[in-house]
Write a protein of this length. Structure first.
Length: 557
């Protein structure tokens, strides 16, 4: 493939000047000239250029920035132990990907093709540009909005300052409107070679996600923007996607995350990153092992969020039992509990998962999506990664309706939250009368549903940021498993006694749990969250310097 090399540029300049990969030779152009005029002559060229957009999608990872899962070492963002970096991939990588999108859009417009042919492939670039700008806005807020491919490293826009987040988000909406208008329907993908390419559904799903995020971020951070206008974007996009009839929930929650749930036959898939193993896809096939489960486990905070079989939370139910064995915590719970986490005696334990005895983090072992035979195979291709699935659209729709109207009807709950619950076999319905009768809060219950449904799916951090609750849930003692002497897996009390809560749930003189012998993974004294600065990432100093000061640092950093 053709690659263009140039020197003496800032990180922003480099990524914004990056050229599309176009042939297999390596060319060197003059330092200030960036061109690839011999490409972009056919629809095949545009399609091939767009393949790079899928290569650049992030792969499987476990996001330990929030409070749902935790690693064997403290996450610097979650614990508040982070500083202003000199450089950061969180900034440079999205801009590198945006540069690819800008180049496709710029050169695609000039391609000698019919308008519909050009728009079909440019729509993919518009979609991914919105995707990556949204990633930047979530982390940094205002960011430079670069919408062109640079022809010269001397272009003054290379050093532009930050654009207001509202303008960036409106550009995302515009890009996604173009994408939705020009991309095919998801079921128009007739060939396995095109499975995984973005569709109208993906554009709508991303609009749902962005509109909900911005609407609630503005609302709960008390910003000056029009929160309801963003929520309306989310609502309208969700209704277009739902009413399209292209999607439904996969009938088996547990099998959804394994090979059973991959491919276009699964109508819950809205936007995926294709991995295999059914590797006929012409988009991209990866050799990728998901064997990261050793490094993370779920917190007790997450376990305690999961409802009991009467539909009530831990603090209100009469169904909780004294936990004398590891599996007791699974009794009388929402079925997703046992589908998401391993119980004693299941395959992970047989393979050596040993709480308190090895490197697994002393939290609850994650079953969702973990395939033992694949984990034991080096470089084996893995199941497709769902980036947006239909359950997210339904639960986002419910939340957006509630936030927009200040209420939600039982019919709307039935079509969203209760449909997601029923798929997992949880037959207790969330209704307005149930909430009222049990002294619950509808907003909290809709948010709880997201927490439980999307554990370890990289959504929780964004949620606690937009709801402005990170300052409450992060700078606290992070809890793990309950130690039980009667459980033969728990044979190391003498080694961990100083990390367990006492009979009153106290640890180091502070109440941190509602029972004894809960393992303390990280103490509150080692964690912090400054609401005046930590809701946004610090901008790397290199980017500020090379913009000649046009890019300003975020408050407090």
């Amino acid at each position: 493939m053709k690659r263009y090399i140039f020197k003496s540029m800032s990180a922003v300049a480099m990524v914004c000047g990056a050229m599309i990969l176009a042939s297999c030779e390596l060319d060197r152009l003059p330092e200030t000239t960036l061109a690839d005029n011999n490409f972009w002559q056919s629809e095949t060229d545009l399609r091939g250029a767009c393949n790079k957009l899928y290569v650049d999608l992030p792969g499987f990872s476990h996001d330990t920035r929030a409070d749902d899962i935790i690693g064997t070492a403290a996450n610097s963002t979650s614990s508040g132990n982070w500083n202003v970096p000199a450089t950061s991939n969180d900034w440079t990588q999205p801009y590198a990907k945006i540069a690819v999108c800008n180049n496709i859009i710029s050169k695609g417009e000039q391609a000698p093709l019919l308008e519909a042919q050009k728009n079909r492939w440019m729509a993919e670039a518009y979609f991914f540009r919105a995707y990556h700008y949204f990633d930047l806005v979530k982390k940094y807020g205002d960011v430079p909005l670069i919408l062109k491919a640079f022809d010269s490293t001397n272009d003054p826009d290379i050093k532009m300052g930050r654009t207001a987040r509202e303008e960036v988000i409106k550009q995302c909406y515009s890009d996604l409107a173009f994408a939705e208008a020009n991309l095919p329907d998801i079921d128009d993908v007739k060939s396995d070679a095109d499975w995984g390419r973005v569709s109208k559904s993906a554009a709508r799903g991303l609009l749902v996600r962005i509109g909900l995020y911005e609407g609630t971020y503005i609302k709960y951070h008390n910003l000056s923007g029009d929160a309801k206008s963003h929520l309306k974007v989310s609502i309208d996009a969700a209704e277009r996607l739902i009413n399209s009839g292209k999607h439904s929930l996969y009938p088996d929650f547990q099998k959804l995350f394994y090979f059973d749930g991959e491919g276009r036959q699964n109508k819950e898939n809205v936007f995926v990153k294709v991995y295999g193993p059914n590797g006929a896809s012409g988009v991209i096939v990866h050799n990728n092992s998901r064997g990261l489960e050793n490094a993370v486990s779920a917190t007790r905070q997450t376990i305690d969020e999961i409802l009991y079989s009467d539909g009530l939370p831990r603090e209100k139910t009469t169904l909780k039992v004294e936990e004398t064995m590891h599996n007791d915590v699974f009794l009388n719970r929402d079925p997703r509990m046992a589908m998401t986490f391993y119980q004693k005696g299941e395959e992970a334990y047989k393979a050596g998962y040993n709480p308190f005895g090895n490197q697994h983090g002393n939290g609850y072992g994650i079953k969702k999506g973990f395939m033992l035979d694949e984990w034991n195979t080096v470089n084996k291709e893995t199941v497709d990664k769902m980036i947006i699935r239909y359950a997210e659209v339904l639960l986002s729709y419910a939340e957006a309706l509630f936030e927009y109207n200040g209420q939600i009807s039982d019919a709307q709950l039935e079509a969203t939250v209760n449909k997601v619950r029923a798929r997992a076999g949880f037959d207790v319905k969330l209704t307005n009368s149930f909430v009222s009768a049990n002294g619950l809060n509808m907003r909290d219950e809709i948010r709880r549903e997201r927490h439980v449904e999307f554990i370890d799916e990289n959504l929780r951090y964004d949620d606690i940021i937009r709801w402005k609750i990170a300052e409450k849930v992060l700078p606290v003692t992070m809890l793990g498993l309950k130690y039980n002497d009667a459980d033969e897996l728990s044979t190391q009390r003498e080694n961990i006694q100083n990390r367990l809560t006492d009979a009153n749930g106290m640890f180091n003189g502070k109440k941190v749990a509602d029972q004894k012998d809960i393992y303390v993974i990280e103490q509150a004294s080692s964690r912090s969250f400054d609401p005046n600065k930590d809701y946004l990432y610090p901008i790397p100093t290199y980017e500020i310097a090379t913009s000649e000061g046009n890019v300003k640092q975020n408050p407090g950093w």
